[in-house]
Design a protein around this ligand. Sequence first.
Ligand code: IMP
Length: 203
Amino acid sequence: MGTIENAFQHQRLIFATSNLHKLHEVRSMAPAGVQIVGLADIGFAGEIPETQNTIEGNSLQKAAFLSKLYNTPCFAEDTGLIIDALNGEPGVYSARYAGEKASYADNTNKVLKKMESEINRTARFKTVITYYHNETYVQFTGITEGEIINTPQGNQGFGYDPIFIPSGSSKTYAEMTLEEKNRFSHRKKSFDSFANYLSNNSV
Ligand code: IMP
């Protein structure tokens, strides 16, 4: 078994996402020697279907769709913010919580409105990465516990970052540099498991 860096000499991984924030974050997590290839790099400008009702299902759907289309291994991820006081909402519907064309601010405001009189603020981000190759797949989950604050704070990051403080921090994700967010990040936890898997399996 080699080190992660050795295992990744000049490896290219296609990331099936049209979200440039996610692409930027994942590129910052990749071990040396790994090139994360985005959809623009392979000339794909269409829509990737995302019609399942679980985070795992959507993650698999995105990875399988692109892998089959290009006949090449690729990975995708799906992420949700799960809020206990809202019975797990927005969850799998995090991207379109306030409607199909909702902005990040619309979604965040909807959460804050629904949480106005809630005392229980506990929540977690969950990311599931799916690596799809040779008609089979493997999934990696990363979860970060935290809480929802009352007013947005910070302007880094994206999505619900301004209203989520991960446990162990006094700052929201949106008040952190990318390096700081990566110390807590749900996405980083799932990506690290994926990288570890790749370093131990020749796929
Ligand atoms: P999807 O995984 O592309 O379905 O997007 C889920 C939605 O969750 C995104 O549109 C964002 O609003 C939100 N989201 C995903 N990852 C993060 C994150 O790291 N921080 C804050 N919000 C996120």
